[in-house]
Design a binder for this molecule. Structure first.
Ligand SMILES: Nc1nc2c(ncn2[C@@H]2O[C@H](COP(=O)(O)OP(=O)(O)OP(=O)(O)O)[C@@H](O)[C@H]2O)c(=O)[nH]1
Ligand SMILES: [Mg+2]
Length: 231
């Protein structure tokens, strides 16, 4: 976790950034149900997306942040940074999202992005069995070298193609997720299936303790008026 702080009132907007150089304001917050009247805690978390190339990591993030989908999404170069908030009943989770590049030549950069991450979404493509193997190897790497308390969600993307082109069995993926203590959803960035749910369920599971208010080691107490004995 990066930090949690009490906030009297929620800010009306979140900033969404696709690339550091092309920022824009985005007035979208998402509610998991319940009002925001008791919502006074804001927590920042680093979240990383990992997975083979072309499984749909960037499309998932763009769907989550901007509610858009591009049939011809460019492969990511290095990584992209975006932010988006999820409003829960008792807190707001602000995700600082690192969307990594899945092409092999960028693999060595990945530890830079998953280091210190509170949550990771490992994405595979349900129409590509190889990408499920790739996802398993990302999970192993996270379990070995990621933060010990990292929350890992496995996302089987392109669920809109399940009827015609499925290559990864839902039951196999669910069993693997259960054995490894992972959240698991089949998602579609194209038709938005389970995309909000994925991020909201991660947000719910993140620890949101407020850092204790720093206290002085030696409290400064006003000196007592010295008693003077009268004459
Ligand atoms: N049918 C379908 N196609 C999708 C979906 N998500 C992504 N795609 C397609 O897959 C292509 C690759 O998606 P990206 O989001 O660029 O994949 P990526 O995992 O970010 O790839 P890298 O950046 O190279 O790691 C896109 O151009 C879309 O056409 C989905 O949910 N359904
Ligand atoms: Mg990408």
């Amino acid at each position: 976790m990066l930090s949690c702080e009490e906030e009297a009132k929620l800010p009306p907007s979140t900033t969404t950034q696709l690339h550091p150089q092309e920022s824009r304001d985005d007035f979208r917050t998402m509610s998991s149900g319940g009002g925001s009247s008791s919502n006074n805690r804001v927590c920042h978390f680093k979240l990383v997306l990992l997975g083979d190339t072309a499984v749909g990591k960037s499309c998932l993030v763009v769907r989550f942040v901007r509610d858009e989908f591009f049939e011809y999404q460019e492969p990511t170069i290095g990584a992209a940074f975006l932010t988006q908030a999820v409003v829960l009943e008792d807190s707001t989770v602000k995700f600082e999202i690192w969307d990594t590049a899945g092409q092999e030549r960028y693999r060595s950069l990945a530890p830079m992005y998953y280091r210190g991450a509170s949550a990771a979404i490992v994405v595979y493509d349900i129409t590509n069995a190889e990408s499920f193997k790739g996802a398993k190897s990302w999970v192993k790497e996270l379990q070995r070298r990621g933060d010990p308390s990292v929350i890992i969600a496995l996302a089987g993307n392109k669920a809109d193609l399940a009827g015609t082109r499925r290559k990864v069995d839902l039951k196999d993926a669910e069993e693997y997720a259960r054995e490894n203590g992972l959240l698991h959803f089949e998602t579609s960035a194209k038709d938005a299936q389970n995309v909000k749910t994925l991020f909201v369920e991660i947000a719910k599971r993140l620890p949101k303790a407020v850092a204790p208010v720093e206290r002085e080691a030696f409290p400064i107490v006003a000196p007592k008026a010295s008693k003077r004995s009268c004459c």
